[in-house]
Each structure stands twice: as C-alpha cells, then as structure tokens.
Ligand binder design. Structure first.
Ligand SMILES: Cc1cc2nc3c(=O)[nH]c(=O)nc-3n(C[C@H](O)[C@H](O)[C@H](O)COP(=O)(O)OP(=O)(O)OC[C@H]3O[C@@H](n4cnc5c(N)ncnc54)[C@H](O)[C@@H]3O)c2cc1C
Length: 463
C-alpha cells in the first residue's frame, strides 16, 4: 500500500476532506457562562443533598447519645455519595462536559474529586458505627456486626465499602506507580460495582430518603441518568462508531527508531467528526492487546478511506504496534480533545512540539487556513528523533509560516530561545504538545514571554 498518501503535497488540494466540507464541527471552546452555571448547579445540588439530612432530624438529635457522630456520619455519607455521582457523570465523557469544562478540565476534575467520595464514605461508615455503638452502649466491633447482619442491605453496602477502600489504597501514589496502568484501570472500574452494591442501603437507611418518596425518586432518577450517560457515551456510542467505520490495519511504517505510523482503512471516514489535534482511544483486537485501549492523536486528518496514528514505543502496548499484522481489526472510542484549531483566540499561532508531541501539531496544522502564517517549533534531542518533519515543512510552507527545529540535549538548548525565534509570541495563541514535563516548561516560557493563560493550549502525553 502507498504509505505516502498522507504527504501534504499529494493530498488533492480541493478535496472535500481537506476543505472540511464533510466534517461536522467538533471540539468547541469551553464555554464560560455554561461553566459557571454548572458550578452553581453542582453547588446547589451539594447544598440540597447536605441540607436534607440536616433539616430532617439529625441536627435536632445532636444532643442525644451518639448524636454528633450520627450527624457527621449522615452528612459525610450524603456528601460522599453526591461526589461519587458527579464522578460518574464526569467519567461518561459526554460531549456537553467537554463544552463546559474542556477535555483537560474533565480529566482534571475527575482526578481531583476522586479521593473524596472514598474518604467521605469511609468516614460515614466509621462515624455511624461509633454513633450506634455509643447509643447502644456497646463495643464498636460488636455493634458493627449487628449493623451488618440486621440492618437492611448492609451486607452489600459493606462489600461496596471494602471495594472502595481497596481502590483508594491501590490509588495511593506509592502503590499506583508500581501497578501496570492497565491493571490499575481495570481494577478501578470495580467502583461501578461498589456504587451499585451500595445503592439499596442508601434508600433503605438514608435519613433523607426514609419516609420521603419524592427524595427517593429524585435520587434514583439522578443515578439512572448518570448510568445512562456512561452506557451511552462509553459503551454504546464507541461500539456503534467502531462498527460503522470497521477499521483495520493496512500498513505499519517505521518513521524513526522506536516510532511507527499505523495506517488503517475504514468505511465512511469522511463522516468521522474529528479535528486535527484530537485523539482516539484505540483498541487493537489481537489476543494480546484487545483488553486495553490507549490514546493516540491522529497524526494527519483522515484521507478516506484511510486514517493514521503515529506512536513512539515507550511501553508494552506502544511497542507492540510495530508488530501489528495487516488486517488486524480495530475498535475506537472518541474522538476526544480540545487541542484543536477551534481553540484559537488570536489571529496567529505558534505550535510547539516536544518529541512525539509532533503528531498533534502535524494534524492541527492541517486544519489551519492557507496563509495563516503559523510559527512552528519542533524540539528533539537528536536530528533522527524528528519525525513527520518533512510533512510539517510542507504544511508550514503552504501556510506561509516559519519552521524552527530546536535540536540538542536539555543543557544545550533552552526553551527561552523560542522567544527570540518568534519575537511576536505574546500576540499569538501558543499550542504546546509533548511529554508532561516539556509541556509544563514550554507553557511557563510562554507565560514569561507575556502570553495570556487563555491563549496557551496544552496537550500532555504523559510519556
Ligand atoms: C491525549 C493523549 C494523546 C496521545 N497521543 C499520542 C501520540 O499521538 N503518539 C504517541 O506516541 N503517544 C501518544 N500518547 C501517549 C500514549 O498514549 C502512551 O505512550 C501509551 O499509552 C503508553 O502505553 P504503553 O503500554 O506502551 O506504556 P506504559 O508502560 O503503560 O506507559 C509508559 C508511560 O506512558 C504513560 N501512559 C501509559 N498509558 C497512558 C495513557 N493511557 N494515558 C496517558 N499516559 C499514559 C505512563 O504513565 C508511563 O509514563 C498520547 C497520550 C495522551 C494522553
């Protein structure tokens, strides 16, 4: 097969693909009013959820034996479960969330909130056990046994708590770094099982729900909606999209030592709503790889019936890509990401790629109009590590831009050089893509050069 078909000079100039005529617009900018409305709605939800148990008795029972522990146990339980609900909504990656928070924001908030449901729900279990033990004047362990064995749905709730605490433990940084990412990811999915197991006890015992059918219905509907979002956007839609495009590998091309491009063929790719700079979660259906999906940015806009990713082999999955057989079937999830031309706020852009971050820069460039005069900086330790640079050179030339190659070790080349190479940097949108450390350093350089935060767009590959 002709692996040169993504060469910018060979792509027909007036092709529908190139003009974007067949593509739906995707990756809109995060929307500030929508963001603030969502924060207010989230805060009101939390207020309501906390207000219910407070107004409904536990506050007036504070003076009773075990009343304080009961109050703390009830409120931490409701707050923790509400945050778990928000986590499930965030995990759905519903497109509206990207509009509100941006893709980076969705992941950021999912990570930031993650410890809190576990901490609060554990506190809930401890304080309620203490409360009941104090009220019954019994030992804590004995009372815990009574609660588990006699209260409705408490056996399943205890299993759920065990799973949550287990997930909390394996997520501690010291342990997480020792567990393969995929194993951790599969284990953390057990959180869904825990939330399902805990649900019945919430309705049966929660002070906000006992005797309050409306609150029960509201709570049930909220959880059903969150579950539906996950099923639709994480299962249904990817399955539909994978079936619709029926991708399979047609070629694997070595780009440099350790970097390969995988070219896939599929159906109706002109209908795939993807922008340059966006990524898909790719699942290669081989006996060794089918159970894990990894994110890779498209390294060129699709040229139907072909689409391409370019990957650096850094671990088991990415190294295995070099050995893919022609005909391997591929399932996809996405596209995701807001590192796209539509995030641009100024008239001109500076695109900075560190190492394999070149993939996103390559495909964003393709989405920029002719004569948009982009400045592009490719950073690599050695000349031979520069991949796709010929294609980038042609794309930059078509757009009347400038290309700079910054080659050399960290001690030899400072990112501050970019301020001299692109003196009008402060008037441009700055796109930075590459490994996490590189993205951080390049963004700091841009800030020092006077680029406003909202004009800095980042995509960190965490390699
Ligand atoms: C949005 C996005 C787009 C990406 N696009 C590209 C691309 O176009 N080309 C390319 O070569 N690489 C890209 N990556 C990085 C690529 O996903 C990882 O290198 C790959 O998943 C590593 O898997 P592994 O099993 O080979 O290595 P592992 O042994 O699992 O990991 C090696 C390193 O990669 C990190 N990593 C592993 N999996 C992920 C993951 N799913 N998300 C984030 N970091 C991970 C680990 O923290 C570790 O530092 C992208 C990453 C992200 C987040």
């Amino acid at each position: 097969m002709d692996t040169d078909l993504f060469n910018p000079e060979l792509v027909p100039r007036g092709s529908k693909r190139r003009s974007g005529a067949l593509r739906q617009t995707v990756a809109p900018r995060p929307n500030l009013p929508l963001f603030f409305s969502t924060v207010v709605a989230g805060g009101l939800g939390m207020g309501l959820v906390l207000g219910l148990p407070i107004v409904d008795g536990t506050l007036s029972e504070l003076h009773l034996r075990g009343g304080l522990a009961m109050f703390i146990g009830s409120t931490t339980g409701m707050a923790g479960t509400y945050l778990a609900l928000l986590m499930v909504v965030l995990a759905s990656r519903a497109p509206i969330l990207e509009r509100v928070l941006g893709q980076v924001g969705v992941i950021h908030w999912h990570k930031r909130l993650a410890p809190w449901p576990i901490v609060l729900i554990s506190a809930h279990a401890v304080f309620l056990t203490l409360a009941y033990a104090e009220a019954a004047k019994k030992g804590v362990l004995g009372e815990a046994g009574v609660i588990i064995n006699t209260f409705p749905s408490m056996v399943t709730a205890t299993i759920a708590l065990g799973i949550m605490v287990g997930i909390g433990v394996i997520s501690l940084r010291q342990l997480r770094e020792r567990i393969p990412r995929e194993s951790w990811w599969l284990l953390h999915l057990l959180m869904y099982a825990a939330l399902i197991l805990a649900f019945a006890h919430e309705l049966a015992l929660g002070p906000s729900f006992v005797g309050h059918p409306l609150a029960r219905e509201f709570w049930t509907i909220a959880w059903l909606l969150a579950a539906a979002l996950v099923l639709v956007y994480r299962v249904g839609y990817p399955t539909y999209r994978s079936y619709r495009h029926r991708l399979s590998v047609v070629a694997v091309k070595a780009e440099s030592a350790g970097v390969v491009s995988v070219i896939l063929e599929g159906r109706h790719l002109e209908r795939l709503p993807i922008s340059g700079g966006q990524f898909l979660e790719w699942r290669f259906l081989t006996p060794r790889m089918w159970w894990q999906a990894h994110p890779f940015t498209v390294s060129a806009l699709p040229q139907p019936p072909y689409i391409r990713l370019t990957a650096k082999g850094v671990g088991n999955f990415s190294q295995e890509l070099a050995h893919l057989k022609v005909g391997t079937k591929v399932a996809i999830e996405g596209p995701y990401g807001s590192f796209t031309a539509s995030a641009q706020r100024r008239n001109e852009v500076l695109l900075i790629a560190g190492g394999i971050g070149v993939t996103a820069v390559r495909s964003v460039l393709e989405d920029l109009p002719i004569k948009s005069r982009p400045a592009v900086v490719l950073r690599a330790s050695r000349e031979e590590d520069l991949v796709l640079s010929d294609e980038i050179e042609k794309l930059v030339r078509h757009r009347k831009g400038t290309l700079h190659r910054l080659i050399g070790g960290r001690n030899e080349v400072s990112l501050d050089t970019i301020m001299t190479l692109v003196p009008d940097i402060a008037q441009r949108d700055v796109y930075v893509c590459g490994p996490e450390g590189f993205v951080r350093e390049a963004s700091e350089m841009a800030r020092r050069a006077g680029v406003a935060d909202e004009a800095i767009h980042q995509e960190a590959y965490r390699i």
